[in-house]
Design a protein around this ligand. Structure first.
Ligand SMILES: Nc1ncnc2c1ncn2[C@@H]1O[C@H](COP(=O)(O)OP(=O)(O)O)[C@@H](O)[C@H]1O
Ligand SMILES: [Mg+2]
Length: 395
């Protein structure tokens, strides 16, 4: 057995935390246009005028939350210098709070003393809104409410009520502004026009990062996270290029750099090289494959399991009818009614699309008909890791 004693390692990282999700940089780089528009939309606040309701949208990982924290922090700082201004900000993430009701309860509790909290049941919706408006009046001054990941709220009653609470006279003592943030680009279009017109008074769209912008983001973190001269020439550029190609998501690019650093450390290498980046990318993709399989439907997983068994017996590429037969066998063994041949074909098509298997169609010419052959596109071990939950849970 290898040596499993733990000793602190000191190479590679100066401050590894700086690459983790929780870390907020002091400066945001590569978002000049977005920050400028966002800044302009917040200008009424510092003038002590009624705030505009602002709506931000863009894919995940493009800096919407980071930009919001950064600008609200700057706004709070500068508001202290402005005499008549009394600014309060509240941030709520709506992920996991699926209804207007739950978000309203969360806002009330955010505004109230710990001793005075309300529960998630037991009050009619109208009372919860009443509590919320009372608390907002108690706070007074200017109140900015950030509803991050607002697309998780399935009904629009709060999104209708809150942005117009002041004009409707529900709130009289506070100047209220709502900042809605959405990762889902369609969310805005699905809103009813009356909600949209009040919630989206000012809109700021965040574009995906291009390679140049990601390079700025990564260089900024490199300076904090890594020891001097640890990254080989080209490492940052490579992470930025992959990041831009994959999704333009800063989080993914930062994760890739972190994984590359971890790999270098695991191998006791003194530098992070392009080879580490390539291997890190494979490792992260494998994680995604495992996750993808794990979330797949039971019968989809069983079809994949049937193909995996054939692969273990070196009987792949395998024809659809052979996979069907193997699938019917394992499904019955697992105590489940097999789905139709048609559904099995559909699952194979989906697995091909997901990049988990690859399928090739053959045509035997006149009268011979067409058939398909399938094989795993990912390693047997990562597919099995993804299937493990299903296989463990069945008798
Ligand atoms: N311009 C930037 N400069 C530095 N770090 C950034 C920048 N944009 C995003 N990040 C980092 O990338 C991650 C994702 O950004 P986030 O603001 O959470 O994206 P979104 O809210 O759009 O999904 C966070 O860890 C954030 O700190
Ligand atoms: Mg966010």
């Amino acid at each position: 057995m290898s040596d499993l004693t733990f000793t602190p390692s000191s190479s590679i990282f100066e401050k590894r935390e700086a690459l983790l999700e929780e870390w907020t940089p002091d400066e945001l780089v590569g978002r000049d246009e977005e920050l400028q528009r966002y800044h302009a939309a917040l200008q009424p606040v510092i003038n002590n005028e009624s705030p505009s309701n602002i709506f931000l949208y863009g894919k995940s990982g493009v800096g919407k939350t980071a930009a919001t924290r950064y600008l609200l922090h700057a706004l709070e700082r500068d508001a202290e210098e402005v005499e008549p201004l009394d600014l309060h900000t509240i941030e709520i993430n709506c992920d996991g709070l699926n209804s207007s009701y739950q978000v309203a309860v969360a806002l009330v509790n955010e505004l109230r003393d710990p001793a005075d909290q309300i529960s998630n049941t037991g009050y009619p919706q109208a009372s919860v809104y009443q509590f919320l408006f009372e608390e907002l009046d108690n706070v007074g001054g200017t109140v900015l409410i950030v509803l991050d990941e607002v697309d998780h709220i399935r009904d629009d009653s709060l999104l209708y009520k809150l942005p117009r609470a002041r004009s409707n006279g529900d709130v009289t003592e506070a100047k209220l502004g709502v900042i809605g943030i959405s990762n889902d680009l369609d969310f805005r279009n699905q809103l009813s026009s009356k909600v949209r017109s009040s919630l989206c008074e000012k809109e700021v769209s965040f574009s995906a990062y291009d390679a140049g912008e990601l390079q700025l983001v990564l260089e900024q973190r490199e300076a904090v996270a890594f020891k001097d001269d640890v990254l080989d020439q080209g490492v940052i550029e490579m992470c930025a290029a992959y990041g831009a190609k994959d999704s333009g998501d800063a989080r993914q690019a930062l994760d890739l750099l972190l994984e590359a650093g971890d790999l270098a450390r695991e191998n006791n290498d003194e530098n992070v090289s392009e080879r580490h980046v390539r291997n890190a990318r494979k490792r992260l993709q494998t994680d995604q494959v495992v996750e993808g399989i794990r979330n797949y439907s039971d019968h989809g997983q069983l079809v994949l399991y049937a193909l995996t068994l054939l692969a273990e017996r070196e009987q792949t590429p395998a024809r659809t009818k052979d996979i069907l037969e193997a699938y019917q066998h394992v499904a019955t063994e697992e105590g489940m009614d097999p789905v139709s041949e048609r559904s099995v074909r559909d699952y194979l098509g989906e697995l091909d699309q997901l990049g988990i298997i690859s399928s090739t169609e053959y045509n035997r010419g006149k009268g011979g008909g067409k058939y398909k052959e399938h094989e795993l596109e990912q390693s047997i071990s990562s597919v099995e890791a993804g299937l493990s939950e299903l296989l463990d849970s069945t008798p």
